[in-house]
Design a binder for this molecule. Structure first.
Ligand code: G4P
Length: 522
């Protein structure tokens, strides 16, 4: 490999239930570290200072972040790539795809709420993907749950053993700092107004801590001993193996603990490693260039109606302008317009290294899951589609916009915003949209109207689950009462069932039918 960037990479995503503080933490991380690709605001809710990822009106109105991109910054001579995940409560395929592009995850938990539904789903997806997780208990500046109760909940509900690296000195809401369990020091925080600047941190030895924090310090010391006696100490191999999760206590809003999060990422989070190809071989990071597309998005900016394919670099060095091969078609692909993207901010990327995310502009040939490479050919496994659980028909509201409607549906299908299912019976007039979370329908409707000026009528269908069927069994399955068989863009046939009872009954009546389960959305 030529010209290796000497700085190691950490590529991670922050995941959480909405409102746990993901946007606040992202801003705080960028503030602490030196942001490489953008200055100023990161992103956040409507009404905050300039939000850069609010490209869609719907997103602005609802104060949620639907786009995802990567924020790159530098810390302690490392380059850190924070890949943004959708911030809404709807578990969508997008979240899963982002998690295919990172090496580890940071799970944010609201100290007062503990584990929430989205937290559980995301933890499960991380486990499926073998992603090591660091847990951050956030909002410790406010009254919250007992720290031991929070740890118990994580262990019981998720099956991950929590190994706290810090322990709060003072209860939630009356927070003086943390005991750093690795060196036994008191990390004392001083509040700054609104967390607008870096919070001054003081490292105080144990003797002095006892003087300053008195009983609160003694309690933290006791907790530390208890944890050690219980074996709840950090172990790097167990963390990387997805058996334990290191835990930190923080307040993203007041900038408490943000330094420790950055330090921890650098110290223990995994660096990019070899990527397994579809044929079972491994592409080492220092092999020839390769990357895979984990997200395709268009209409990001009304001024530039372009289409961006986000790719994670797996191996080698990417140099803007290089001509790579698109594994799916075998055709050359020119990368003249590679960019680093975060929300609306874009800068041309000249070079990128394993772990980095590049945005390829006007990459109409690239689909989610596609591989591009240079040199030795490689193809990474496709990114699985999740099993849809929500179904609706879409039809154009104004028949004069039929062509635009069709084009729009086609594009959103290719981008993976929603799965579009078709059958001869239904024809092209009103295809069936299949989604993992219902918010995907709203995105489809909003984008068809905004980008294609083709308002749609959506009608929910009474199906709840989908199973893959063999082509030779499709007619039989389709003739069952309440069941419908439709085809996905890739030709896969899906049978839709109103509920699991009907599915079981069909299986009982026809034991020879092969009804394949699709990966579950959590
Ligand atoms: P999200 O992206 O995970 O959805 O959460 P976000 O950062 O938007 O935070 C949700 C709310 O929680 C925000 O309040 C935010 O200020 C608050 N918050 C985040 N971290 C902390 C923390 O460490 N301590 C405390 N006390 N609050 C925190 P909001 O009122 O909804 O929004 P805003 O008006 O403050 O922007």
């Amino acid at each position: 490999m030529t010209d290796q960037d000497p700085r190691p990479r950490r590529t991670f995503a922050v995941i959480s239930h909405p409102d746990a503080g993901k946007s606040t933490l992202t801003e705080a991380l960028a503030l602490h570290a030196h942001a490489l690709t953008q200055a100023g605001a990161v992103h956040g809710k409507a009404g905050r200072k300039a939000t850069v990822s609010d490209w869609m009106d719907m997103e602005k109105a609802r104060g949620i972040s639907i786009t995802s991109a990567a924020l790159q910054f530098e810390h302690a001579d490392h380059v850190i790539n924070l890949v943004d995940t959708p911030g809404h409560s709807d578990f969508s395929e997008d979240t899963y795809r982002v998690l295919t592009a990172v090496d580890s995850a940071l799970m944010l938990i609201d100290a007062a709420k503990g584990l929430e539904p989205q937290t559980l789903k995301l933890f499960r997806v991380c486990a499926q993907r073998g992603l090591p997780v660091i847990t951050v208990i956030n909002k410790w500046d406010r009254p919250g749950l007992d720290p031991f109760a929070l740890l118990d909940e994580i262990e019981k509900e998720i099956g991950l053993r929590p190994t706290p690296l810090t322990w709060p000195v003072g209860i939630a809401g009356d927070f003086h700092g943390v005991l750093d369990r690795r060196d036994g020091h008191f990390v004392k925080y001083t509040r700054t107004a609104g967390g607008a600047t870096r919070a001054p941190v003081e490292h105080v030895d144990a003797a002095r801590a006892a003087e300053i924090a008195g009983a609160d310090w003694e309690e933290a010391v006791e907790a530390d001993e208890l944890l050690s006696a219980d074996g709840a100490d950090h172990d790097q191999a167990s963390y990387l193996g997805g058996k334990t999760t290191p835990v930190l206590f923080a307040s993203a809003l007041l900038n408490f603990g943000v330094d420790q999060i950055l330090e921890l990422l650098v110290d223990i989070a995994p660096a990019p490693h070899a990527t397994r190809a579809q044929d079972g071989t491994e592409r080492a990071v220092d092999d020839d260039f390769s990357a895979f597309v984990f997200k395709v998005q268009s209409g990001m900016d009304s001024a530039h109606r372009d289409r961006l394919a986000y790719a994670r670099v797996c191996s080698g060095v990417f140099e803007r302008g290089m001509v790579v091969t698109h594994a799916a078609s075998g055709k050359p692909f020119a990368t003249k317009y590679a960019q680093a993207v975060f929300g609306r901010e874009r800068v041309a990327v000249e070079r990128a290294y394993p772990g980095d995310v590049i945005g390829l502009v006007n990459a109409s040939a690239l689909r989610v899951g596609d591989t591009i490479y240079d040199g030795e050919p490689v193809a990474f496994p496709p990114i699985e589609s999740f099993s849809p659980e929500h179904f609706a028909t879409a039809s154009v509201a104004d028949t004069g916009r039929w062509k635009q409607f069709r084009r729009g549906i086609e594009q959103l299908d290719e981008e993976g915003v929603v799965q579009v299912l078709r059958s001869d019976l239904r024809g092209d007039q009103s295809p069936v949209l299949a989604a993992v979370g219902p918010m995907q329908f709203e995105v489809v409707a909003a984008r068809l109207e905004a980008e294609f000026r083709a308002p749609v009528r959506l009608e929910r269908l009474g199906f709840e689950l989908a199973r893959q069927v063999r082509p030779d069994q499709a007619d039989l399955v389709g003739s069952q009462r309440g069941v419908e068989v439709l085809a996905r863009r890739d030709g896969t046939l899906l049978a839709l069932f109103p509920d699991k009872w009907r599915l079981r009954q069909v299986q009982r009546d026809h034991p020879d039918l092969e009804l394949g389960a699709l990966p579950a959305g959590g």
